[in-house]
Structure formats: C-alpha cells, structure tokens
Design a protein around this ligand. Sequence first.
Ligand code: GMT
Length: 380
Amino acid sequence: MKIGIVCYPTYGGSGVVATELGIGLANLGHEIHFITYKRPARLTSFHENVFYHEVDTEEYPLFEYMPYDSMLASKMVDVVRYENLDILHVHYAIPHAAVAYLSKKILLSKGKYVPVVTTLHGTDITLVGKNKAFSPVVEFSINKSDGVTAVSESLKQQTLDYFDINKNIKVIPNFIDFERFKRINKDHFKKAIAPNGERIITHVSNFRKVKRIDDVVKVFHRINQNLPSKLLLIGDGPERRKAESQCRRLGLCDEIRFLGKQDAIEELMAVSDLFLLPSQKESFGLAALEALACEVPIISSNAGGLPEVNLQGKTGFLSEVGDVEDMANNALKILNNKKLHNEFRKNALQQAKRFDISNILPEYESYYEEVLKTAVYTAP
Ligand code: GMT
C-alpha cells in the first residue's frame, strides 16, 4: 500500500507512535509518505520505502497567526495526487483530521478518492479536544473519517462520552520494538549516575502540566528520605523551570539530574530500578510501556489508560492522581523487597510483550484493508 502519514514531528508520544508505525510498515514493504512541517524526530536514517514531504510554512506580514491548516491541506492534496497514495493516516485529531477531510474533498473534485484513518492519541480528546475552541471541529472530523482508532479502551470510552460519535472506534494499542527497547547491560553508566549503588528512579515526559512533575519530585523526595536514590528527569517542557526550583527548595539538587531531551531513552531505562508516571491524564503512557520493555516496574496514577498498561500489583502500583504518599509507599514496597522487585521486573517484560510491534503492525494493515474495502465514496 502507499500510505500517507500526517503527525506532529516532535518528541510527543503521538509523533513517536506515528513515526515508528511508518517505519514498521515500510519494513513490511509498504511505501510510506510522511507529511509534516519538520522531519520527525525518530525518522533518523534513510529507508528506501520512506519519503518525507515538508509542509511549506512561509510567513506573510498579514498573518498574525499562520494558516497552517491551509498549507498542510495543500501539501496533502499535492502528495496524495502526485504520489498516488491509497490511504491517508492522520495522527492526533487537531487539526489533522479536519485538514484531512478538507484535502479529501479537494481531491474528490479532482477525481482522486482517498480514504482517511484518524488515530486519536489523548489530549486531542481529553484536554484540547473537548475545549469549546475545538470541540465542534473535532467531533465533525472524527465522524467524517473513514476509519477511527484510539490507543486505549479508556480513550475510546472518553471519546464516546465527550462527543456525539456515529463511527465505530477501533482500539489499536501503542506498541514497542524489542529490537530497541530491552534490558541491556550498562553498568558503567549506572556507576556514573549512582556511584554508591543508589537506586535509580526515572521519569520521562514532555514536562507539561498534565504530567504533574511536581508529584514526581514529591514522590522521589519521600523515597530519598528512606533509601539512597537518584532521580533522572528525562525530557523538557514548560514545567521544567518550576521543577528545578522545587528541587533547590527541597535541597535535592545532588540527587536529581535533569537530562533534557534524550534520544537513547532505552539506555537510561536499562539502568533504572523504577519508573514514575503520576499523570493527571494519560490515554496510554508510551513511556510506561518503554519502561516495561526494559523490565522496569512502574509507580503511576490510575488516570485514563494507565491501568491497561501498568497492572496493579503485577508490573507496579497505581494510585489516585495526586496521592504522592501512596505512590511513595508503593515505591518503597518494591525497592525494599528484592524478591518482589525481581518478580515485578519479570511481569513487566511479559506485559510489554502484549504490545510487541510485530503483533500490532498487522492490526493496522488489516484495518487499512477493511477501510479501503468499506469506505463509501461520496461525491465532492
Ligand atoms: O502527552 C504526551 O506525551 C503527548 C501526547 C501526544 O499526543 O503527543 O501523548 C498522547 O499520545 C501518546 C501516544 O499515543 C500516549 O502514549 C499518551 O498517553 C498521550 N498523552 C496523554 O493522554 C496526556
């Protein structure tokens, strides 16, 4: 198949999933065309089946706000038409699903029919999407997509709760590539981070408010009062500065390292003893799955789709959002009991295997085939 993939090219989860999906499908022989405003962060090397089309984002003095949607639609029309794509797969509803609908209508007027699959990732529904500034467009464009997928059962349910949806939503969970994410020996690395054998706790995110970075620090503070430990904070975003002040206030600067954006997350996971994800909202929690694949147990909130990834009492523990006391107690329960820790590590790997990329890619392939067969041609 010739598949167009539209996504945010940055470090956010939806962009990572879209890029890994495209690369995975290209490895299976499909021709993949990424249409984004910047080369996707995880699209790092040449692949004979992968093409990249950059959206023109020219500025013009009249525009206080760039009409990105129009520029994206024009690029999508151009690529679908001249590369003769079979299907368009857009990730994150805003604005991609609406722009896909517009592109489809323009293409129809030119005699080219292309069905659209929209994948809902999380905040496009639970946070930004349900905001009145976007919700009519989100609802309309989901209903106008030829196929809709959500990354967890929880996200599917929330979409049905928030909007008036007349489409079937298929749940296809996020996935993991075990070629890359696995527990590897990085002892030299461990020694550099924790020279006295301290426990290594990790958090990875885009440091947005919804990730509750202050809770990460609070939970770590409690752990650190009981157990020699180090916290690795990986990623960057609007909440980082506040977190830095919090660490200084708590006198934790020597125990917490802000590592910023990192490409080789798997190497850092490989030395981690525990992963923290106390999010306010989380449709799936891709970073949590990456931790599981590296055999790292998780202390998380019970928000959104996290219970589908982190299994209570098996791969870690889940607490109510904001209950830092409970999270810290659970963390210590695991860290202070070697047998339990090892058991959770084993369970983590088993659970991660359910999301192996080699199981999930065929789900997307057959979904595309189904959409291609059932999508109804509508006149322009
Ligand atoms: O929150 C993020 O990390 C970014 C956001 C995105 O769309 O870029 O992530 C969402 O999509 C990820 C991939 O499907 C999910 O794993 C995240 O749980 C989801 N984030 C939220 O729901 C807050």
